[in-house]
Each structure stands twice: as structure tokens, then as C-alpha cells.
Design a protein around this ligand. Structure first.
Ligand SMILES: C[S@@+](CC[C@H](N)C(=O)[O-])C[C@H]1O[C@@H](n2cnc3c(N)ncnc32)[C@H](O)[C@@H]1O
Length: 258
């Protein structure tokens, strides 16, 4: 295990009694299903013995991971989320593990066959340390699905273009509590090209990538059925990934066998 410093003793946004992350997903069934579709296409015909849902929260995606792994370790720094997850999943094949130290992945070297990190990059202004940890815990030949909150998505690119600016290479703070307030949980979007460079420097090899939640527009949700939107989504995820179209990118990376 790594020996990084203890997380400061402060309230994680996800532990806050005034905030229930589960409610964020009410009305976001399209985004939820789009993410499950992406996981299915990235993991199709694969099976792993030990998987980790890193920053797994209340276990929203863990049941999908259990379709591809014998055992799943759900890791999260929030005790509140872990308690929700214990109640929701109640499965002997899921182990719950608290992340006690910042930027660490609580697992032994070369021990994990598959790791997923969905909707956590938002909270990592510099994900380098976590990516190094992912590389450390993965077995050689092991894989990770890393979801990236994409600053360079199509609509944002049009916004930048209008202002005659380029998409920043550095992470961009977003959201109402992302105003640099000391001790707040950070919320950022990333430039996927910067992320690709960091992963490459660490030695994690990109195997595949998908563009996810491509039709995340209220207008479309109001005018088309969920079935239609998901049908189109499924068929666009791969092709649109080439131009970083959607607000969320799912990268499948591999730790090479030396
Ligand atoms: C947006 S939720 C995503 C939860 C789950 N992966 C999902 O997609 O539903 C972000 C989760 O990451 C956890 N988290 C926040 N900061 C983190 C960090 N620095 N490292 C790992 N997890 C973190 C939070 O406690 C929270 O449960």
C-alpha cells in the first residue's frame, strides 16, 4: 500500500447531511443507462476475478460490474455513501473499503484485475497521483475504465470558439461549489488530451474509448422516448469518441504485461 498523507479531517461533500447524492440521479435515467451501455461495450465477452469500483459512492454502477467480475471491492472516502452502498447491494461478493488517505487506492500492488472510476475525475484537479495508484494496484494485463468529465465536449467547444479561445489544457472549475473555496470538494472538467498525456506518461495504455451521454439535452429528452435516445446513443458512442463529442468520456486502459 502507498503511504500518502491522511485526508484532512473535513466534511466530504458526499458526507454532508444536507446533500443526498442518490437524488442527483432522479430524472437522469438516460445518463445512467448510457453509462451502463458504455461499460457493456467496453467489457463485452470479458470476465475478471477481482474488480474495484473506485469512488463507487452508493453503488450505482456496482451491480453492472458484478456481471463481469467474481468479486468487487467498492472503495469510497465517504462513510455515508458506503453505508448507502452496504444497504443497497447487500451482496456477499461485494467488499466495502473506506479510502482513508487522499489520492490513494487502498489495495496491494498488482492485485486488481479490473478497476472502474466513474464520475470521480470531477473531484481530481490533478489526477496524476490517482492514476499512478491505479497503475500500481492493477495486475500486469489488468484494465481500468476511467471516466473523464470532458471540458472539450462539442457544445463547450462551440462556446470557446465563440469567444475565440481554445479549450484550456488545465482542469476547469465548474459548478456552484467550485469557486476555489478552501476545504470544498473540488469540481472540475478535464481536457481529454491532457488526460491522455498523463496516462501515457504513467504507462497505462489506451485500449478503447467511448463518448457517453451524447444526447444529454432537455429538448431531446422532451421529444424522444428513452428507448429511441438510448438506441441512438449506443450506436454513436464509438464514432463520436474520435472527436471527444460528449460530456463524459469512458477510457479503457491497460497495464502492459512487461
Ligand atoms: C459523483 S460520485 C460518483 C459515485 C459513483 N462512481 C457513481 O458513478 O455513481 C463521486 C464519488 O467519489 C467520491 N470521491 C470524492 N473525492 C474522491 C477522491 N479524491 N478520491 C476517490 N473518491 C472520491 C465521493 O465520495 C463520491 O462517492
Amino acid at each position: 500500500m502507498s503511504n500518502q498523507t491522511k485526508t484532512p479531517n473535513r466534511v466530504n461533500f458526499y458526507d454532508d447531511s444536507k446533500h443526498d447524492y442518490r437524488k442527483f440521479w432522479i430524472g437522469r435515467e438516460y445518463e445512467h443507462e448510457s453509462e451502463l451501455i458504455a461499460i457493456d461495450s467496453l467489457l463485452k465477452n470479458k470476465h475478471y476475478s477481482l474488480a474495484m469500483d473506485y469512488g463507487g459512492g452508493y453503488g450505482r454502477v456496482t451491480p453492472k460490474l458484478l456481471e463481469y467480475a467474481d468479486k468487487v471491492i467498492l472503495v469510497d472516502p465517504s462513510e455515508k455513501q458506503l453505508n448507502f452502498a452496504r444497504k443497497k447491494l447487500n451482496n456477499k461478493n461485494v467488499e466495502f473499503r473506506k479510502q482513508e488517505t487522499k489520492d490513494s487506492v487502498p489495495a496491494d500492488d498488482n492485485s486488481i484485475h479490473l478497476l472502474i472510476m466513474i464520475r470521480v475525475s470531477h473531484h481530481l484537479p490533478d489526477p496524476t497521483a490517482v492514476f499512478k495508484e491505479i497503475n500500481r494496484v492493477l495486475k500486469p494485463g489488468g484494465e481500468a475504465i476511467i471516466e473523464i468529465a470532458n471540458e472539450a465536449h462539442f457544445i463547450n467547444r462551440l462556446r470557446y470558439l465563440k469567444q475565440m479561445k481554445r479549450v484550456p489544457s488545465q482542469p476547469v472549475p465548474i459548478g456552484s461549489i467550485a469557486n476555489g473555496k478552501k476545504d470544498d470538494t473540488p469540481f472540475v472538467n478535464h481536457n481529454p488530451r491532457t488526460i491522455a498525456k498523463i496516462l501515457d506518461n504513467i504507462g497505462l495504455v489506451e485500449v478503447d474509448k467511448l463518448s457517453v451521454s451524447n444526447l444529454r439535452q432537455q429538448f431531446l429528452k422532451d421529444h424522444f422516448s428513452m428507448k429511441t435516445l438510448l438506441f441512438i446513443e449506443k450506436h454513436l458512442q464509438k464514432s463520436l469518441s474520435a472527436i471527444y463529442f460528449g460530456p463524459s468520456l469512458f477510457l479503457l486502459v491497460k497495464k502492459p504485461i512487461q
